[in-house]
Ligand binder design. Sequence first.
Ligand code: CA2
Length: 146
Amino acid sequence: MTVLILNGPNLNLLGVREPELYGRQDYAALTALVEETCRTEGIEMEMVQSNHEGVLVDTIQQALGRFDGIVINPAAYTHTSVAILDALKAVALPAVEVHISDVSQREAFRQISYAGQACVKTFMGLGLEGYRQAILYLKEYLNEKR
Ligand code: CA2
């Protein structure tokens, strides 16, 4: 089983600012958590972060045939990007949405998730642990489908 972990804009700044929202752990810590989770679960993975919507769309398109599923935190593009939604729908790979913060308790403009409409499940408000939960959920989902 091979999964793509995709992170959107500014998530590379984790741990630098807004610890009340996103915690004190940095992107390297997130990478370590994801790598450790996948190693423990016997999953191969690639993690990509981009600040560019088109790169995220390209990466989703290129996932077809290479990955069994996607864990995605589109960050701010969650709330704006029909292009990312369309790409997820086009490849039709099982995708799980993650948000570090609890977006349901935040500003009105964060209450819509486009990408989430192409995802089988969303984890939010669990901090970096949400990525671990998303990977475990995706593994179960893919195993049930097989
Ligand atoms: O809670 C999440 O994971 C979000 O996807 C994070 C996005 C935000 O736009 C979404 O509404 C919810 C923001 C990511 C920016 O991350 C930063 C981390 C540290 C310092 C500054 C930004």
